[in-house]
Design a protein. Structure first.
Length: 94
């Protein structure tokens, strides 16, 4: 996915765009809403979660500690954005 070329910090809209891009490119799934329940709809199963974790680490240069994973962090694309933001600011998982 192409990085957003802009001055200043990344906005929430930029982050949303990048996360939607990961779903489209890595999982071949279009996320219609940032609030769609990805677990309940079956979009995010165990294999897709592993691929997503790898892509998040690559895209955002973060390290995911699988021992601290909480499925609620991956329920929606918006919650994934919050999770990534916590990792990037050093707050880690829950």
């Amino acid at each position: 996915m192409e990085a957003v070329a802009r001055d200043g910090p990344e906005t929430a809209a930029d982050l949303d765009h990048r996360i939607r891009g990961i779903f489209l490119e890595a999982l071949n799934v279009s996320v219609d809403s940032m609030d769609t329940d990805l677990v309940e709809t079956g979009v995010l199963d165990s294999l897709a979660l592993i691929e997503l974790l790898l892509r998040l680490e690559e895209e955002f240069d973060v390290k995911v500690d699988v021992g601290e994973l909480d499925i609620e962090d991956f329920r929606t694309a918006r919650s994934i954005g919050t999770f990534v933001t916590r990792l990037r600011t050093g707050e880690g998982g829950r």
